[in-house]
Write a protein that binds this ligand. Structure first.
Ligand SMILES: [Zn+2]
Length: 213
């Protein structure tokens, strides 16, 4: 094979030398991102929230409207996501500032999961989704935006809710304002919580005592 060009050797790889694409994924090699990955290890502040206080500790201290709180239980609360993945994106958080599911007490764990199921029912009542994404990212490396305070994402999904906007314009379309969605959810939580064995709304002042740091 003549692999010279203007006197310099040009390397030509034979595709048969590569392993087959058995998992169906294509690989996009991005060595430039290694500097970001390494910076994350070296600089622990990289993924910490802006401002001094944890947003999930700060939220319940505000009014429901200002803190975007949709429901307050005994051990956990429901809060709207300020940067929603999809319209109506809600999170369930413990009042206590703990990072891992394994840090929860049995009572907290029980209400955490009960409240997640309740949230699905509330969404079903309020906005009739076709499905949900539920998930917990544990640790910076797993994608947790606020890794130090546990939160379960509950994202309603509708058939056809993803369009071209996120792909070509880095923009998500949100057909309802956050505070209107919160209001609708709050009503739904208050109505449906008792049928899940959960309080309709715990007194706002009572939550301070749950902060057992
Ligand atoms: Zn916190």
């Amino acid at each position: 094979m003549d692999d010279t060009q203007q006197g310099e050797a040009v390397r030509i790889d034979d595709p048969r030398d590569f392993p087959p694409r058995e998992d169906g994924y294509q690989r996009l090699w991005t060595p430039q991102r290694m500097s970001y990955v390494l910076r994350g290890n070296k600089d622990g502040d990289a993924k910490k929230p802006h401002g001094s206080e944890c947003p999930f500790c700060a939220g319940p201290k505000k009014s429901d409207e200002d803190g975007l709180i949709a429901w307050r239980g005994t051990y956990v609360f429901a809060i709207m996501n300020l940067y929603p993945y999809n319209c109506g994106h809600l999170m369930i958080c413990p009042y206590r500032h703990v990072s891992l599911l394994t840090d929860l007490t049995d009572d907290e764990l029980f209400e955490f999961e009960k409240a997640s199921a309740l949230a699905m029912d509330v969404m079903r009542e309020v906005s009739h989704p076709d499905g949900w994404n539920l998930g917990i990212n544990q640790g910076d490396v797993a994608g947790a935006g606020v890794a130090t305070h546990l939160h379960q994402h509950i994202v309603p999904r509708w058939n056809g809710d993803s369009n071209f906007m996120p792909i070509v314009a880095q923009t998500r379309t949100m057909p309802i304002l956050l505070h209107e969605q919160r209001e609708a959810y709050a009503e739904g939580f208050a109505t449906l919580a008792p049928s899940h064995g959960l309080p309709a709304q715990a007194p706002a002042t009572g939550n301070d005592t749950k902060d057992r740091n």
